[in-house]
Design a protein around this ligand. Structure first.
Ligand code: GLA
Length: 382
């Protein structure tokens, strides 16, 4: 049964449906909240939100994949535990007076793996924001909705995230990556048309419970680095404004950990620029090397990797059919993104699944991803 039929069966009425994708990020990790650059693309795994008005003056929620139901009073838009917080947050962020003018029935479902670094929560926020914008004619732009999603993540889920995930979910374009300048919010679509290559995600199946607290600490460490750099040059407002020479010059003034965090961010921004150049030259060998270098930095300087991710990248690197690989997203597990020769993709998946299972006693899920369009109202029926 698709979500429209399920909604009809459960709530007994017609609904509107919004869908929003998760994302991959090819390179440029932990750069967004440092006002740097990212290179994401929306994917063909999505979250679906189905909605209709009710006359009961309450918000009724049903998540199909968890078989969980909740109801909230319309005046209750404050953070809660679990997935409903993203829906409540979006209502609070986009609706006039932070509340719905009428009761609503909402059902959600989807196939973006949760806790895998593929931004299922950003997809949920984006679908909800798009639906509210459409139903209540709020006149918001896609960027407004992305910013509301970011605020929801920060204020309703406690993750001091950047804008990459929400942006990508709302602005995706099939066959294209997006080079986003996270300071100006200007972006450029970059074709990613390599028929001989597949983007394969290998899920480490590790979803670290400390991920969000460690993430917030990384952000603070970068801000601490900026404060030290500012003492010498007050025009430095973020790591975007500094270069490696300036950082080196202030090294003695800062904690060594803070230095390493900042070095990673500056190098990662440079890697992203170089990666975009190699994309333009259609040189995926160079692109892949930058991905491996990105992972090394994430692991050693930024320290957001874990033994499972390091094992996967090291093992994948030995496979000839792979151009490049690295851990993707916030860190501490989740997925490894890799670029694999099309004809070898299935063999690659089998080999990595077997090796990982021997080493860690669990079988990693693998997904071959296509770069797809961003969020939209009622189209595909699940
Ligand atoms: C998470 C955050 C993003 C970004 C990445 C790391 O996905 O939501 O804003 O910071 O981590 O690049």
């Amino acid at each position: 049964m698709n979500i429209r039929q399920q909604f009809q069966q459960y709530f007994g009425k017609e609904c509107r449906i919004a869908e929003a994708p998760g994302r991959v990020n090819l390179i440029g990790e932990h750069t967004d909240y440092n006002q740097g650059f990212v290179l994401p693309g929306a994917i063909d795994k999505k979250i679906y939100v189905a909605l209709a008005a009710n006359a009961d003056h309450i918000l009724k929620l049903n998540a199909l994949q968890y078989n969980e139901q909740y109801s909230f009073s319309l005046d209750d838009m404050h953070p809660v535990k679990g997935w409903p917080t993203y829906l409540l947050g979006m209502i609070a962020m986009v609706m006039p007076e932070k509340r719905l003018p009428q009761g609503m029935d909402i059902m959600i479902t989807g196939n973006v793996p949760v806790g895998a670094g593929m931004s299922s929560s950003a997809a949920l926020c984006s679908a909800m924001g798009l639906a509210l914008n459409e139903i209540f004619q709020l006149g918001l732009s896609r960027m407004d909705i992305a910013l509301a999603g970011q605020k929801t993540e920060q204020q309703f889920a406690g993750l001091q995230c950047g804008i990459m995930d929400q942006f990508a979910s709302l602005h995706g374009k099939a066959g294209h990556l997006m080079k986003l300048d996270c300071r100006s919010l200007e972006y450029e679509y970059m074709p990613f048309h390599f028929p001989e290559i597949r983007i394969v995600l290998v899920n480490s199946m590790v979803s670290h419970t400390l991920a969000s607290s460690e993430y917030n600490i990384r952000r603070q460490q970068c801000e601490a680095g900026v404060k030290v750099l500012q003492k010498r040059d007050p025009s430095i407002l973020s790591l975007r404004d500094a270069d490696l020479k300036q950082l080196e010059a202030q090294r003695k003034e800062m904690d060594e950990t803070v230095f390493k965090r900042c070095r990673f961010v500056l190098e990662e921004n440079q890697r992203l620029q170089d990666a975009c150049d190699s994309l333009t030259r259609r040189n995926l060998d160079d692109f892949g090397k930058l991905m491996y270098a990105s992972h090394a930095g994430l692991s050693k300087d930024y320290e957001v990797s874990c033994p499972e991710s390091d094992y996967l990248v090291k093992t994948i690197k030995e496979i000839k059919a792979v151009k490049g690989a690295r851990q993707m997203g916030g860190g501490f597990g989740g997925c490894i993104i890799s670029l694999v020769e099309k004809n070898e993709a299935e063999t690659f998946i089998q080999a990595i699944q077997e090796k990982y299972a021997v080493e860690f006693g669990k079988r990693p899920e693998c997904y071959i991803m296509n770069i797809d369009d961003g969020a939209r109202m009622e189209s595909v029926i699940v």
